[in-house]
Write a protein that binds this ligand. Structure first.
Ligand code: HEC
Ligand code: HEC
Ligand code: HEC
Ligand code: HEC
Ligand code: HEC
Length: 214
């Protein structure tokens, strides 16, 4: 009796995991198009596209670790200590001031004001004494389940571009998920890499279950 229950239970487990496997292969785990609103309207189109700041300037983790990483506000302040509004607004204020025969005011963009607020800075960008700086609570876009092992480093170092997995981020006002991030998506590319190589070089990307599963 006991061993029979056990057999049935095991049967269920196998069936359940096969069903899950089939589901994972068939359904493209679809979170594609997910584009959460962020606490600050930071634009990749402006920074990485128009201004051509390299992805690595902010996501250098991608070459060194599992995680690409989100830059801290101090990286933003390398520029936004000086740049407090768009060039257009600053120029507009300069023209208005001249026409009205007064000195131009220092314009601060409302989106950048949010950045200064999280850093607890006053309107001269000096630290406020009664407030503590906080990180920007960016909303995560891409997430894999906990049982999947993913590492940026081997991908980036072998020459897979950020865009082949994340789409044309440098054109996005707000980041959205382009790829399905399903098992079929990972495995298809690994197969393709083994047949055709990557970035003009031969490469081997394992298809073993334990490569991607703990
Ligand atoms: C000046 C800094 C900066 C540069 C340059 C930059 N990023 Fe980002 N990136 C950020 C910040 C801040 C976030 C978090 C807010 C957001 O999602 O927009 C982010 C988020 C992302 C995300 C979403 C992460 C998640 O939550 O899943 C991806 C993907 C990404 N960046 C890829 C890129 C790529 C590809 C490039 C180059 C084409 C690039 N980034 C250039 C600052 C930058
Ligand atoms: C290499 C310099 C540089 C870095 C680093 C940088 N920015 Fe910018 N950013 C600019 C410039 C220059 C502008 C204004 C462009 C223009 O004239 O429209 C700007 C514009 C902006 C604006 C739009 C302002 C408005 O209201 O028009 C926001 C918001 C912003 N940046 C947020 C960020 C955040 C958040 C980070 C860090 C993750 C960051 N920036 C990093 C140079 C930078
Ligand atoms: C082979 C596909 C692939 C490539 C290539 C790739 N990414 Fe990712 N990226 C992912 C996946 C999958 C996740 C979600 C990982 C997770 O949930 O553990 C992710 C997450 C991220 C995140 C948010 C979480 C983190 O890791 O900190 C950022 C930012 C990011 N990628 C940026 C980049 C940048 C920049 C590049 C190029 C230098 C790049 N990625 C190249 C697949 C890729
Ligand atoms: C666009 C193609 C592409 C996609 C999509 C892709 N990979 Fe890869 N993967 C590669 C390449 C190329 C390598 C490295 C081959 C080499 O080092 O020669 C690799 C290597 C790996 C490694 C390291 C294996 C080792 O031996 O160290 C892991 C783990 C991995 N991938 C997991 C994933 C997971 C999980 C996904 C899906 C979320 C995924 N990959 C999606 C192309 C891809
Ligand atoms: C290249 C990476 C990769 C390889 C190799 C891989 N998987 Fe996966 N697997 C994934 C990813 C990513 C997911 C999550 C997909 C999702 O969330 O839609 C997944 C999901 C699953 C699931 C679904 C779990 C659930 O609860 O939905 C099962 C079961 C599974 N894999 C079993 C296997 C088996 C068995 C093998 C070996 C034949 C294997 N995987 C090889 C990346 C991989």
């Amino acid at each position: 009796m006991r061993s029979r229950t056990l057999t049935i239970l095991m049967g269920f487990t196998v069936a359940a995991s096969l069903a899950a496997l089939a589901a994972a292969w068939r359904l493209p785990g679809d979170n594609r198009g997910y584009e959460p609103v962020q606490p600050i309207n930071y634009s990749h189109r402006l920074h990485a596209g128009e201004m051509q700041i390299s992805c690595m300037y902010c996501h250098s983790g991608a070459e060194q670790s599992r995680y690409a990483g989100i830059p801290s506000t101090s990286v933003c302040m390398n520029c936004h200590q000086e740049v407090r509004a768009s060039f257009e607004l600053v120029q507009q204020e300069a023209q208005d001031a001249e026409a009205e025969d007064r000195t131009a005011e220092r314009i601060v963009s409302s989106e950048l004001q949010k950045l200064y607020d999280t850093l607890a800075l006053d309107d001269q960008l000096r630290p406020l004494e009664d407030k503590a700086p906080m990180p920007v609570p960016w909303v995560r876009v891409h997430t894999l389940p906990d049982f999947v092992r993913f590492d940026h480093r081997p991908h980036v170092l072998s020459g897979v571009s950020c865009q082949s997995c994340h789409g044309p981020v440098e054109t996005m006002e707000r980041v959205r998920q382009e790829a399905p991030l399903s098992m079929g998506w990972c495995v298809n590319c690994h197969r393709d890499v083994n047949e055709h190589g990557v970035a003009g070089k031969t490469a081997y990307a394992s298809l073993d279950c334990t490569t991607c599963h703990y």
